[in-house]
Design a protein around this ligand. Structure first.
Ligand SMILES: Cc1cc2nc3c(=O)[nH]c(=O)nc-3n(C[C@H](O)[C@H](O)[C@H](O)COP(=O)(O)OP(=O)(O)OC[C@H]3O[C@@H](n4cnc5c(N)ncnc54)[C@H](O)[C@@H]3O)c2cc1C
Length: 558
């Protein structure tokens, strides 16, 4: 289980196991592999050098989508595959994916017209085998403005209306990881793979360092999979054979900017083309905020941990939003927070970033190192199936081992056991009604059930146990927050305040007020349980403040 309190014991135990697979990277790709492989009966170790999902998998546009824009580039295969996967991902985790009707307005002189939108969305529906009640509709000018009065009226000719799914990418990754652990995988965060272990020229494991205390470990496995996202080339550089491979990564930076609804009161998700270059951009309302993204620009720097959001990035998005939603007059000072990530794309000489295929690729080196890169959050399950199939074949021929075929299509992720997507709303209502008997409000209950799905019981129980103690008061935290922090430590391997505020709660992006309000209480509570020394506490506080500053800087530069 992902328990921070037993993390060191787990690491010691991991040294004793002969794994079938050692995965490097705890983003959605690594998590998906751990789930697919462990469900087939393979022994799986996974190391993540930062927190789970701290790389690209917490920095996406947060959509589980078929990638309508890829249709424009005739990447029909990608649209079909991700479109079909969309439905599977939703069904297996309705608590981390929510259907979101998307408005696609078209204007005189824009990329799309009535005909192209109508045909494009129809093809999209067919490729993705969209359910009848979610198929596209075409809207008149009045209907577009009724759905979203903020849309530019000048030159408006109509719109398309179709469904995508909104997700919390970091929580989705963590829920996949938790389920993998339930099937026997051993994932551990804040542990960096820094060298390979060889036997007769073949990789048979990794050496790794615990980033929290500097202790080193050796983990052995029959195959090592490099699922390090933007860092796959850094990992490959440790192996002379993998280094010889011709394929290379090309990183592309993607930025999002977040507004409070008081500045950008968008009621309806809108997908529109930027006036300056015709690229497609999302504007999405969520939890009292509206976010706009993304950019897509080549990045060749070395700093990959915390991609910087430049004035150019912000102004590109501000210009695009101000053009599509005139009258708002959004400026730098209206931006409340931002986030940015790197797309790990496969280099295709001479192509613009937006034109490079999002298809995943797998490379095998003579040293047996297997690398996977590219792809999308949405396609994680299918990618995992593909790569674990390959490993199963290799372990069959090298060791005579046999494993079950992939079986994740109908496998709910952790929290997803709510009786299917159709039952989810009823489940949330039912849990919200039960919340008061655990010392929580009905609203708390609803919010928790919506976020944690079928794990809600566990959080309620923790909250119930707090009722009779003065524990909550000591840190000035409401029981709902207190219980979620404890749950994140005991069941989701949160160790640092940023682990909680950025990737367990998403407060850093969507409830910055909660970060302001509960910062000291959460730090105090985590410290009381995890027993950091003074220097460590100061470092973590500084890390949280840096992350806060990164997220809010544009808003502060008034
Ligand atoms: C701006 C943007 C928007 C996007 N929007 C969408 C979207 O809306 N929908 C969608 O489906 N997809 C989207 N994507 C794509 C999607 O986010 C990525 O394809 C996916 O998150 C990649 O996951 P990953 O696990 O391969 O990489 P990552 O999430 O980066 O995971 C790799 C992990 O490896 C770890 N690591 C690296 N080196 C080591 C080491 N030596 N030892 C241990 N660990 C190591 C890193 O810390 C990192 O956490 C978007 C991407 C970007 C950048």
């Amino acid at each position: 289980m992902l328990n921070t309190l037993t993390r060191k014991d787990q690491l010691k135990h991991m040294q004793e196991v002969d794994y079938d697979i050692v995965v490097i990277g705890g983003g959605i790709t690594g998590a998906g592999i751990a789930l697919d492989a462990s469900k087939r009966g393979m022994k799986v170790a996974l190391v993540e050098m930062q927190d789970f999902a701290e790389g690209t998998s917490s920095r996406s546009t947060k959509l589980v989508h078929g990638g309508l824009r890829y249709l424009k580039q005739f990447q029909v295969g990608v649209v079909r595959e991700t479109g079909l996967e969309r439905a599977i991902v939703y069904e297996n985790g309705p608590h981390v994916t929510t259907p979101e009707w998307m408005l696609l307005p078209f204007h005189k002189g824009g990329t799309f017209g009535h005909f192209t939108t109508s045909i494009g969305l129809r093809v999209y529906d067919m490729l993705a085998e969209v359910k009848k009640n979610e198929r596209r509709r075409m809207l008149s000018i009045d209907q577009v403005l009724e759905k979203e009065p903020l849309v530019r009226r000048d030159g408006l000719k109509g719109g398309g209306y179709y469904v995508e799914y909104r997700t919390d990418d970091a929580r989705m990754t963590i829920e996949v990881m938790k389920r993998a652990a339930e099937f026997g995988a051993d994932p551990v965060n804040h542990v960096k793979a820094d060298a390979f272990v060889y036997d007769k020229g073949k990789i048979v494991g990794i050496r790794a360092t615990d980033q929290l205390d500097g202790e080193t470990y050796q983990l052995l496995g029959r195959r090592v999979i490099n699922a390090a996202g933007p860092w796959v080339d850094d990992v490959r550089s440790h192996d002379p054979e993998a280094k010889k491979g011709k394929k290379q990564l090309q990183l592309s930076k993607g930025v999002h900017i977040v507004f409070d609804q008081s500045d950008f009161p968008l009621g309806q998700a809108v997908y529109f083309d930027a006036e300056s270059d015709g690229r497609m951009i999302f504007a999405i309302p969520r939890s009292g905020k509206t976010y706009v993204g993304t950019t897509d620009t080549f990045y060749n720097g070395d700093e990959k941990e915390m991609p910087a959001v430049t004035a150019e990035d912000r102004h590109y998005l501000l210009d695009a939003a101000n053009h599509m939603f005139p009258g708002l007059d959004l400026t730098d000072s209206s931006i409340e927070s931002t986030w940015a990530g790197f797309r790990p794309l496969i280099l295709e000489e001479g192509k613009d970033p937006s034109d490079i295929s999002r298809k995943d690729e797998i490379w095998e080196a003579d040293s047996n190192l297997i690398t996977i890169a590219g792809g999308k959050l949405t396609g994680y399950r299918h990618m995992a199936e593909e790569i674990v199939d390959l490993v199963a074949r290799r372990l069959g021929s090298d060791y005579g081992l046999k494993f079950k075929p992939s079986d994740t299509k109908h496998q709910p992720i952790s929290g997803g056991d709510v009786g299917g997507s159709e039952n989810f709303r009823a489940y949330v209502r039912q849990m919200a009604d039960r919340a008061p008997s655990f010392g929580l409000t009905v609203d708390d209950g609803r919010e928790i059930a919506q976020k944690y799905g079928s794990n809600t019981d566990m959080i309620f129980e923790i909250a119930g146990n707090l009722k009779d103690t003065a524990a909550s008061d000591r840190y000035g935290l409401p029981p709902a927050v207190h219980a979620q922090v404890l749950y994140s430590i005991q069941h989701e391997m949160a160790y640092k305040p940023t682990d909680y505020f950025v990737r367990r709660s998403s407060d850093m992006y969507f409830s910055i007020d909660k970060v302001n309000q509960y910062r000291d209480g959460v730090i105090g509570l985590m410290n009381s349980i995890l027993g950091w020394d003074e220097e460590t506490r100061t470092r973590y506080e500084a890390e949280l403040d840096r992350s806060y500053l990164e997220a809010t800087r544009p808003a502060m530069e008034k």
